[in-house]
Design a binder for this molecule. Structure first.
Ligand code: PLP
Length: 375
């Protein structure tokens, strides 16, 4: 089996498994007695490691259950926290957000009457006009890199421009953390979301970095853990696994990136050379891990199924459209015509991808595309 869906999730790193297992016997990190203090110190170690690696203070690290949860807390929480501020009721977002942000913004629009302005995106998948940020909003939210194309967005410029009028910014960095160096304080965003399973940590634990002020207004209420922003008894083992995976990802970053980039480029050149009428939707600056390609005359589900039958796992990258033969909202925002973009695949590579995986994919893809085109 060759796995080309690293952007969806990836195998846990051994260091993360070891850290998870070592911490799995810990009890309640909120308790005052000895076992609680021990659990608390393991949790604090994880929090300090994350803070050091991502350029923030330990108090700004909020452990969540997923990237989705971190995005929800940030976008809804900042929106509600700004109810008395200039720009209250207005959200600035982009048309290429993951559903964790996109559906949250839509819900604020439907249930709370939010007005939403979207920063336009060019054919290359990059946000191209920041003018909407010059008018205050309750919150501006942008992904750092797109999950389908891998396109890296100008988040530094977005944060600066929004800061000039006092708009807090949430950055969905779920695809970026562990793959690019990040310094939360230098970036200056109010909040930033990440997810452990995207960089080799356990599934079921995520991160929200949240400045002291403006802090998101809590959506859930309970025991007051995680500054009351994400209450509930802590998952100490998950936090330890996350911290270990982040440490290894960043320590290995240069070496892993070079290897992944080389394989990704080999794959792109092989596809373009062996298949007619191919559109490459991943345009620089992009993550080294991503290659998003359209094969006009096919549909994404047939391509996925035909590849699966041949032992290759790839996806369209668009969770909300899985099983529905429609072009993704990301390609639509890029101005791709439906007949061009309907048959698209996202290949995402990772630290365990080999030359043989790429060879195997290149050996079967021309036949798969021509079969899908003949239906
Ligand atoms: N945001 C982006 C950009 C993503 O790619 C994903 C997952 O694919 C998420 C948010 C959601 O993360 P999680 O799977 O941890 O809920």
């Amino acid at each position: 089996m060759s796995y080309f869906d690293y952007a969806a999730t990836q195998p846990m790193r051994q260091s993360a498994i070891d850290a998870w297992v070592a911490a799995s016997g810990q009890l309640n990190a909120g308790a005052q007695y000895a076992s609680g203090r021990k659990a608390r110190s393991v949790l604090d170690d994880a929090r300090e490691t994350v803070a050091e690696l991502l350029g923030c203070e330990p108090i700004e690290v909020v452990f969540t259950a997923s990237g989705t949860e971190a995005d929800n807390i940030a976008v809804q929480g900042l929106f509600h926290a700004s109810a008395e501020q200039p720009g209250a009721g207005r959200i600035i977002s982009t048309p290429i957000e993951h559903s964790a942000v996109r559906d949250t913004v839509a819900r604020l629009e439907a249930d709370h009457g939010a007005t939403v302005d979207l920063l336009p995106v060019g054919r290359d998948g990059h946000i191209e006009d920041l003018t909407a940020l010059d008018t205050p909003a309750a919150v501006a939210t942008s992904m750092w890199a797109n999950n389908e194309t891998g396109a890296i967005q100008p988040v530094e410029d977005i944060v600066k421009r929004a800061a000039a009028v006092g708009t807090p910014v949430h950055v969905d960095a779920v695809q970026v953390v562990g793959k690019l160096p990040i310094n939360f304080h230098e970036l200056g965003a109010a909040t930033l979301a990440a997810s452990a399973h995207k960089f080799g940590g356990p599934r079921g634990i995520g991160l929200l970095l949240a400045k002291r002020t403006p802090a998101p207004r809590p959506l859930m209420f309970g025991g007051g853990q995680e500054r009351g922003i994400r209450p509930g008894t802590n998952d100490v083992a998950g936090a330890s696994g996350l911290a270990a995976a982040l440490q290894e990802s960043l320590a290995q970053l240069e070496q892993e990136s070079a290897q992944i980039l080389h394989l990704r480029n080999t794959l792109r050149e092989g596809i373009v050379a062996s298949i007619d009428d191919v559109i490459v939707n991943t345009v620089e600056p992009s993550l080294d891990t991503h290659l998003h390609v359209s094969f006009p005359g096919t549909d994404g589900d047939s391509l996925i199924m035909l590849l699966d039958q041949r032992g290759i796992e790839a996806a369209t990258g668009s969770a909300c459209h899985a099983g529905v033969n429609r072009m993704s909202h990301v390609l639509e925002a890029m101005g791709v015509a439906d007949e061009q973009g309907r048959g698209s695949l996202r290949f995402t590579l990772g630290r365990l991808t080999t030359e043989d995986d790429v060879k195997q994919l290149l050996a079967v893809l021309p036949e798969v595309v021509s079969l899908a085109r003949s239906v």
